[in-house]
Design a protein around this ligand. Structure first.
Ligand SMILES: C[S@@+](CC[C@H](N)C(=O)[O-])C[C@H]1O[C@@H](n2cnc3c(N)ncnc32)[C@H](O)[C@@H]1O
Length: 210
């Protein structure tokens, strides 16, 4: 199955967009109130983490935590991940992506990250050997993602059951307390992997109108 090409050049810049430095970074997509982002930054103080959340109230909760804890390596971003990533990130800049409990509408398969043409753009931003961690409490979501990895993206991955004691995010805590099975895929970009966006430079806030 061939996925149609993401139209990166037409992405309008997020409001108040600020470019970032061209150094190795980690990116969390849909960071919610920032629990994982804060824990990660405390454990990895030398890794620059950009934690993107589009819902205002959740972003504000993350920003509050960030201000109280004074974490220099964490940058909360209030934006939709698609335009922000398209405008901000350079090819092969990202060491790790985290997508934790994305929970799409069950009937809208186009909202699932590995079904989206945009996933190819994400892969172009990842370093060789870099990883994408995708966690979910929805068994079918993980199964479908595995199918996409095998059939469409042709990428190696590990599948893990998340320990009942894990407490990385608010949603993870809620699901594990309910006794639900939480799983994650750790997807790796191998040497020699190519995408149609490998030479695409970030738009850096330029308004693009097709
Ligand atoms: C179910 S919540 C999980 C939040 C957090 N990762 C957790 O596990 O507690 C999914 C989050 O992803 C955010 N989100 C979904 N699509 C997004 C996008 N395109 N850009 C930025 N945030 C997005 C939603 O606003 C929501 O806060």
């Amino acid at each position: 199955m061939q996925i149609r090409q993401f139209q990166a050049q037409y992405m309008v810049a997020p409001r108040d967009f600020q470019p970032i430095k061209r150094t190795a970074v980690t990116v969390e997509i849909g960071a919610g109130k920032g629990k994982h982002a804060v824990l990660f930054s405390q454990e990895n103080p030398t890794t620059q983490l950009y934690a993107i959340e589009r819902t205002k109230e959740k972003f504000e909760a993350m920003q509050k935590q960030h201000a109280v804890l004074n974490l220099n390596s964490l940058t909360p971003i209030h934006a939709d991940a698609l335009p922000w990533i398209t405008h901000a990130l350079y090819p092969a800049q990202v060491e790790q992506f985290f997508i934790l409990y994305p929970n799409p509408e069950p009937h809208n398969s186009a909202q699932r990250w590995l079904n989206m043409p945009f996933f190819e753009f994400i892969l172009s931003r990842l370093q060789v050997g870099g990883t994408i961690t995708l966690a979910s409490n929805i068994v079918e979501y993980i199964e479908e993602a595995e199918q996409q990895l095998q059939n469409v993206w042709q990428l190696p991955y590990k599948k893990e059951v998340i320990a009942k004691t894990s407490a990385r995010t608010h949603f993870e805590i809620k699901y594990l307390e309910r006794g639900e099975l939480c799983q994650q895929l750790i997807i790796t970009k191998p040497q020699g992997y190519t995408t149609r966006f490998d030479a695409f430079e970030p738009l850096l806030g330029q308004a693009q109108h097709g």
